[in-house]
Write a protein that binds this ligand. Structure first.
Ligand SMILES: CC(C)(COP(=O)(O)OP(=O)(O)OC[C@H]1O[C@@H](n2cnc3c(N)ncnc32)[C@H](O)[C@@H]1OP(=O)(O)O)[C@@H](O)C(=O)NCCC(=O)NCCS
Length: 208
């Protein structure tokens, strides 16, 4: 059986949160709108994203979120999460402060872009505390678990499994913070490209 990245993934409603020592990385909820709008209107966060500018209205944030909340549970086009701080005094996700976003977006561009791309952003109050590193490492563990699970339930040739373990990322060369996160998580920079007057670095990791 040919196994694509998309069919490794659980549906949106069955997506389990990723737990790390200090964080809960969970699927988007509509109640995150206000916190996400706040994050997406900070210029020093958004300047590093593909969009490059802040959201101009709450409606723009809502439209962006829509892509990541699939109430119909149809075939997945992304595997994106919000990052929240664990709150030992409450089990209610609403009481866990949202500090960022991390995940795979635009899986529908596969196989044009043959490997899934990881993206992330965190709010400035949370920078420099190792949260991005902890999130990306947690994500890599989850990715490996999903590939291993698929391997147990389908017969996949070993070379395909190796490929499925791989994730890629792109950073602006000037984004030293992001490069630091990827290096700490075991990623390798494999290519530098110039695109529309920007220097981009391409990265990959094998989550095995
Ligand atoms: C990039 C970003 C996610 C880093 O988040 P973070 O939680 O501060 O990262 P961490 O604390 O896990 O840092 C991990 C490593 O990154 C490096 N790093 C982090 N911030 C840095 C900075 N401002 N300058 C240089 N290196 C930095 C360090 O090497 C750090 O390692 P250390 O612990 O040995 O010092 C955060 O700055 C951010 O959200 N930026 C805006 C959005 C963005 O750039 N997204 C990525 C697009 S590709």
């Amino acid at each position: 059986m040919e196994l694509s990245t998309q069919n490794l993934l659980p549906s949106w409603s069955k997506t389990a949160p990723i737990h790390t020592a200090r964080l809960i990385v969970r699927p988007f909820q509509w109640t995150d709108l206000e916190s996400l709008h706040k994050l997406r209107t900070i210029p020093k966060v958004m300047q590093w994203t593909i969009q490059g500018t802040i959201d101009s209205s709450i409606q723009q944030t809502r439209d962006w979120m829509k892509i990541f909340i699939d109430e119909t549970d149809s075939a997945r086009r992304n595997f994106n999460f919000v990052v929240t701080l664990r709150n030992d005094n409450s089990d209610d996700p609403a009481n866990c402060q949202l500090i960022g976003v991390c995940g795979l977006v635009a899986l529908d561009s596969l196989p044009v872009s043959p490997l899934p791309m990881l993206g992330y952003m965190f709010s400035p109050e949370a920078w420099g505390k190792g949260y991005a590193t902890e999130t990306v490492l947690g994500f890599q563990r989850e990715w490996r678990r999903l590939v291993d699970l698929a391997q147990q339930t389908h017969s996949i040739p070993p070379e395909s499994v190796e490929e499925l373990y791989q994730i890629r990322a792109v950073t602006l060369e000037s984004n030293v913070a992001s490069a630091g996160v990827l290096r700490k998580c075991g990623w390798t920079m494999y290519e530098k490209v110039e695109e529309e007057d920007k220097s981009l670095l391409r990265w990959s990791v094998t989550c095995s």
